[in-house]
Structure formats: C-alpha cells, structure tokens
Design a protein around this ligand. Structure first.
Ligand code: SF4
Ligand code: SF4
Length: 172
C-alpha cells in the first residue's frame, strides 16, 4: 500500500496503462488462505459476492484451467490467467488496495507514464521482507480457524480458486 503511494508520489503510476499486469500475458497471481480471507470479506462486505461473481470465478477457472496443476518434468508451474476482477481498462481493479493480494501491491511501474508492456516490475525485496511475518500471521489465522472446525488445504492458489475454496470452507 505504502509502496504504491510512494510510486504515485514520484509520478510512477498506472493512469496511462491499460493494465497488462492483470491479464494472461503477465498475471499468474496465487494467494494464501489469509489473503483469500481478506479479499473474500472485502467482497462480502461490499456486496460483491453473489451468484454472478461465483459464476464468473468458475468460468475463469475453466477458461484458464486453473484447477489443474501444470507440471513439466516433475516441476510445477503457475498458470497465467486474466484476473476475473480485471475490468479491461486503465485502473481496472475494483479491489481496494487495503485488501489486494501482496503480489498485486508489489507490482509497480519503474518509470513515469507507462503505457506499454515491459516497464514494470515486482518489488521482490519487499515481498521477501514480509514473507516471514506473513507466514507467522497466516499460521495463527489458520490455527484460530481450525479451533472453529474450519480447515484450509492449500498454501497458495490462483485468486478465483482460492476464493471459491474460502467460500466452501466458510459456508459448508
Ligand atoms: S503495474 Fe505496470 S502493467 Fe500494471 S497497470 Fe501499472 S503500469 Fe500497467
Ligand atoms: S486483484 Fe486486481 S490488481 Fe490483482 S490481478 Fe486482479 S485485477 Fe489485477
């Protein structure tokens, strides 16, 4: 969040871009249970979690085969997909920065007025810095959910798969 703000303060913002990073050409975002919970509760609180969205998430999973692990020579690879929340326009994400996955927040333009591909990057250093505290909070979250009989069976999944899994755990 503060990283995005810092970038915007320097004129490095997404205002001129159609949002390549959220499309199949660049996006392979996977999120943890706690990130899925944050996003899920944002959607529920803002009355965005409904049958239409559930159907869209399922279509997105089918279109990009996100429910099948991509494995080559014994190694797993992330599938790329256009995020189901992307609105296909500049500033095309309806998720508030406070509830976005960390990977989305960490991906930012490297220069001003970006309008084409190849001028943005992920702040891997910042993601690495938050990894340890994130793991600690995630473990606490998962333990506390377990005390209520709610258990997650994934560490990271593509956004639509993780959200539907979260819904299943909370509502079944
Ligand atoms: S991070 Fe880069 S690719 Fe993504 S919307 Fe911003 S300017 Fe476009
Ligand atoms: S959640 Fe928003 S920023 Fe992240 S990939 Fe989806 S549309 Fe892009």
């Amino acid at each position: 969040m503060s990283l995005m703000k810092a970038g915007e303060d320097n004129g490095r913002n997404c205002f001129s871009c159609e949002g390549f990073c959220c499309t199949q050409s660049h996006n392979s975002m996977q999120i943890s249970p706690i990130e899925a919970a944050e996003l899920y509760f944002f959607l529920v609180t803002n009355e965005m979690w409904d049958d239409e969205l559930i159907s869209k998430l399922n279509d997105n999973i089918s279109e990009y085969r996100l429910d099948y692990e991509l494995s080559v020579g014994g190694r797993s690879f992330r599938r790329t997909y256009t995020c189901p929340f992307f609105m296909h326009k500049s500033l095309g994400c309806p998720i508030a920065p406070t509830h976005k996955p960390y990977g989305c927040l960490a991906f930012n333009p490297d220069k001003k007025n970006v309008s084409s591909e190849g001028h943005c990057s992920s702040r891997v250093d910042l993601l690495e810095n938050i990894e340890r505290p994130h793991q600690d909070i995630s473990s606490q979250f998962e333990e506390s959910m377990k005390t209520h009989g709610l258990e997650f069976h994934f560490s990271k999944l593509p956004i639509p798969v993780a959200l539907l899994e979260m819904d299943k755990v909370l509502n079944n």
